[in-house]
Design a protein around this ligand. Sequence first.
Ligand code: XIL
Length: 358
Amino acid sequence: MLPDVGRVVALVLLTSILCLPQSLRQAGDRDGVLVGTAVRPSQLSETAYASTLAREFSMVEAEDAMKWAILRPDQATYDFRQGDEVVRFAQAHQMKVRGHCLVWGRYNPDWLTQGHFTTRQLSRLLREHITRVMKHYRSQVFAWDVVNEALDENGDVRDSLWYNQPGIGWSQKGTAYIEQVFRWAHKADPHALLFYNEAEGEGLNRKSDAIYTMVKDFKRRGVPIDGVGLQMHIPTLDGEIPAIIATISANIARLTALGVQVHITELDVSLPVNSNGLPRPDDLRRQAEVYRGIVRACLNSAGCTAIQTWGFTDKYSWIGSHSRNARGQALPFDRAYQAKPAYRAILEELSAGRSPAH
Ligand code: XIL
């Protein structure tokens, strides 16, 4: 009896392995979900990096190459070389490109932040930047993070160069400056999808409430916004995870109910690591379950149309330098481009597809 049961189990396992799609992008294609990752152009010449990227992903985003600090070495210059490399790679491998990001209080060049510009000058500089960059990438970048991280943890508009230091003319007027730049962006490229991208507003909290309120207001008044990017840099594996995933699902559901898309834009799940960079036993498995839960939360809302990780190999993740090497191992591939349990969990969940209601 037992050997037969064993054989059946083995057969079922084998069938499920054989029936799984061959890559994340293939699995995502079945339901029209884009599977993306952030990339650094300097790494595209590394064979293992490029082949893994092209095989697994249907979308890329420049991790830094389209930010002000790279695009604008000085006021007179637009340096599109690194961004163009990303676009060229994507076109050669039938991938979509997300643009990141046009307006952010950080990662700006010194000439801009320390230039003592007046409100009028800043407003002109920003409008010109948005217009020039979006026109350069017209029909190549299908969706832009127009504004990144404009809210604080209380849901108030953050102090920033663009808001009130000195701002582009809407200081102390809440989300009015965000509205202004969405309007400029829509003029610059009417076909691009325009996203508001934010950190730590993925579940239900004051920040995500503020995003929801802003998007609802924008939609009601016809401000051109197409989506919300939820970053999802997740630093936890604790017992609260199922509850966290439930609130993420609820947040995605309420946003998509407003008629906007949701993209998961910067997913990584960092682990505490020892001085050799190794995680605690069992954390890789727990990490896989977090990835699985996030993918499921996206698939359960028809309006969640893209899942993107912030890099794909632990070899190049930003988490190490960001945490002084106290954390790491955050991505689905290890440093040698071997798939981790997280990869398998994402693949399985994507392969299972959207829930029957959709
Ligand atoms: C990070 C990049 O990964 C790093 O390479 C860079 O040094 C700093 O920026 N939220 C964002 C991303 O929107 O642009 C940030 O990317 C990570 C946090």
